[in-house]
Design a protein around this ligand. Structure first.
Ligand code: SAH
Length: 463
């Protein structure tokens, strides 16, 4: 089998070739074509000519390493992060921000035409940030042991579980980045051991920090491999006095052999169980494990766009499927008659209900369950007939049952918020077939320096 593959590929492992990059993959690698055979090369940029070493060949495509750039693109820039080429956190720091935004728009455009089969849909230029650095409000940093025995804190190397010790992460807001370093040093001082995932021993697994700029509150979560946290009292005192803005210190216990960061049990060590943040006029309580968008400035842009596309006048019934802690629902409720939100995680629904009370918004109802089950039930048992449906599914897109239900409910408008252009395009195709027209797609850059693409789509029912 292997021999046959090698025969079909026009290049062989270890070949040195010169080629030009024509495109980018969805994970940001350059695509060079050799007699039509695509070679994926990390850090290659379209328009550039380079010397490439062939690393691996498969039947229909291969992988290469960029050895030397012969002609350089204007879209290339020096990545400002000193560990960019080791760390797996960012993928496109070597591209200018303007090129990153064009790349994201093209990703969406390509998916809509190739997967969705839609030729004439307007995909707007990506709305970017003025300053695309220091934007993240949440850091989740694995802790490990350096060769000299001291603690290290940093992200995993690409395709590995080796932690790259870092001094700073420049896509994190400083207020949640600096504390990670401080806690690393404090824990080191008390000789708290890092968790060793191979031996399943040690204490500290992750340090998670969450910062709410609008209220200047910081939450610190220490994820430990069991209930014990040596020198707990001293550590809490050090954190309280050494780190500004701390409003909440919690311990989360995760004693499973797993890549999942959080365990089921969370204990408040000091301060509040929640921190508060605002988006526009709406206030949200956020607990350690709730889903909350990580780029607050762009979240406002995204939700404003969703609201604009929903075109609410005040007398509409709206369904917000996949509602999380009710962020979009509460935003919509200010302009609608009634909003129904549904979400699969029970804690998120409790948060959503609390957030509604916190804002004295009473024209909303939240239910726990699968959107594809709850929404048909609302329709049948309660006669709920939405004018607008907003969906914001995870990467795998909408369940087909839900798409069918939406078609049978015939709302005038559908607003589809998506973090994966491929599944968005697949779902648009089905909705188009069922009588909806895709009017516009607006990509919003929620994750600068990474390949992640978020967008809002506006669909109208054809008469
Ligand atoms: N709209 C929210 C959350 C979006 S993330 C916000 O902007 O903050 C997607 C959410 O869908 C997650 O909270 C996830 O728990 C939820 N989810 C996943 N599958 C689901 C399903 N089948 N039915 C309902 N909710 C689901």
């Amino acid at each position: 089998m292997k021999k046959k593959q090698a025969v079909q590929a026009p290049v062989q492992k270890n070949d040195l070739i010169t080629a030009e990059f024509e495109d980018l993959t969805h994970d940001g690698a350059g695509v060079a074509k050799i007699d039509g055979y695509p070679l994926f090369v990390p850090y290659g940029i379209p328009g550039e000519k380079a010397e490439i070493k062939v690393i691996k060949t498969k039947k229909n495509y291969g992988f290469g390493r960029l050895m030397e750039r012969i002609e350089e693109s204007d879209d290339r820039t020096d990545p400002p992060c000193p560990i960019y080429y080791q760390c797996g956190g960012c993928q496109i720091q070597h591209m200018t921000y303007d090129a990153q935004l064009r790349y994201k728009q093209k990703q969406v455009q390509d998916a809509v035409t190739r997967i969705g089969g839609l030729e004439n849909v307007t995909v707007h230029p990506t709305i970017g940030m003025k300053d695309p650095w220091r934007y993240r409000n949440k850091a989740q940093v694995p802790i490990g042991t350096r060769e000299d025995g001291h603690l290290k804190a940093g992200f995993y190397q690409k395709r590995s579980h080796r932690i790259i010790d870092m001094e700073a992460c420049i896509i994190q807001q400083k207020e949640n980045d600096d504390p990670v370093q401080a806690i690393k040093e404090m824990a080191d001082k008390y000789n708290i051991k890092a968790y060793d995932e191979e031996k399943h021993r040690g204490t500290l697994r992750h340090v998670v920090t969450r910062y709410a700029k609008n209220t200047d509150q910081l939450m610190i979560v220490l994820v430990t491999n069991g209930p014990d946290l040596p020198h707990k009292k001293n550590l809490i005192e050090d954190i309280r006095h050494g780190i500004p803005n701390v409003a909440s210190i919690v311990q989360n216990i995760n004693n499973k052999r797993t890549n999942v960061i959080f365990g089921d049990k969370t204990i408040v060590l000091w301060g509040e169980e929640y921190i508060y943040d605002t988006i526009g006029d709406v206030k949200f309580a956020i607990s350690a494990r709730s889903f909350y968008q990580v780029n607050p400035a762009q979240t406002k842009v995204l939700y404003d766009k969703a609201l604009e596309y929903a075109e609410l006048r005040g007398n509409e019934t709206v369904i917000d499927a996949y509602c999380g802690i009710g962020t979009i629902s509460l935003f919509l409720a200010q302009k609608a008659k009634h909003v129904y939100g549904v979400e699969i995680v029970p804690e998120a629904v409790s948060d959503a209900k609390r957030n509604a009370r916190l804002n004295k918004i009473d024209n909303v109802d939240f239910a726990v369950g699968e959107a594809e089950e709850v929404i048909p039930w609302w329709h049948k048992a309660h006669g709920i007939q939405p004018n607008v449906i907003v969906v914001d599914p995870p990467r795998k897109g909408c369940d087909e049952t839900l798409l069918d239900t939406m078609l049978s409910m015939k709302p005038e408008r559908i607003v589809y918020v998506s973090c994966n252009p491929a599944t968005l395009a697949r779902d648009l195709k089905l909705l188009e077939k069922g009588g909806y027209e895709t009017k516009e797609v607006q990509p919003v850059d929620m994750f600068p320096q990474t390949t992640h693409v978020e967008c809002v789509t506006w669909l109208e029912r054809k008469l």
